[in-house]
Design a protein around this ligand. Structure first.
Ligand code: IMP
Ligand code: MG
Length: 174
């Protein structure tokens, strides 16, 4: 059984941070070729908002991954369930994620894209739980730091539910 407990991040705060991140990314990549890669399904909502805050034409693509085992045992290796179909060789890549928890997924994906010939790979997340980090991975664009609580909404799910909530909620799971 699950129960929504309280709003952790209201819509206005999400919107404000997305605008700030979009402005920062626009400044940093001005005049360069940039591809945003959203990690499905969670990043779909953030990706849609973020891309509209970028002030020059960007390419977009999506991928879906799942990790081997659980966070306690995994090396961070991921299985690619759906790959991108963009040629990223020689291009700047920005990985767009809903939430960085252990960081294992993103550390692996960053290496994957660097090995695939990307010119650079940076990470942008709307939510960040730094207290849970296991992998040493740099997050260049970090939206909002949250405590170690299970959250849903703004793309994030619990058992595939609640992704469509416009705010981020804390959920009680049992
Ligand atoms: P990690 O950084 O490799 O541990 O993976 C982070 C991913 O785990 C996120 O993209 C989410 O899909 C999922 N995740 C971690 N914490 C939460 C949470 O509080 N709510 C929903 N999904 C979560
Ligand atoms: Mg995810």
């Amino acid at each position: 059984m699950t129960e929504l407990q309280k709003v952790l991040v209201p819509r206005e705060e999400l919107q404000r941070r997305v605008q700030e991140l979009g402005a920062e990314i626009s400044r940093d990549y001005e005049g360069q070729e940039l591809i945003l890669i959203g990690i499905l399904k969670g990043a779909a909502v953030f990706m849609a908002d973020l891309m509209r805050e970028i002030t020059f034409p960007v390419g977009i693509d999506f991928m879906a991954v799942s990790s081997y085992g659980n966070a306690a045992t995994t090396s961070g290796a991921v299985i690619i369930r759906k790959d991108i179909d963009t040629d990223i060789r020689g291009k700047h890549i920005l990985l767009v994620e809903d939430l960085i928890d252990t960081g294992l997924t993103l550390k692996h994906l960053k290496e994957h894209f660097l090995n695939s010939g990307a010119l650079s790979v940076r990470i942008c997340t709307i939510l960040n739980k730094p207290s849970r980090r296991l992998a040493d991975v740099e997050v260049e664009y970090s939206g909002i730091e949250i405590p170690d609580e299970f959250v849903v909404g703004y793309g994030l799910d619990y058992a595939e539910q609640y992704r469509n909530l416009p705010e981020v909620w804390v959920v009680a799971t049992e």
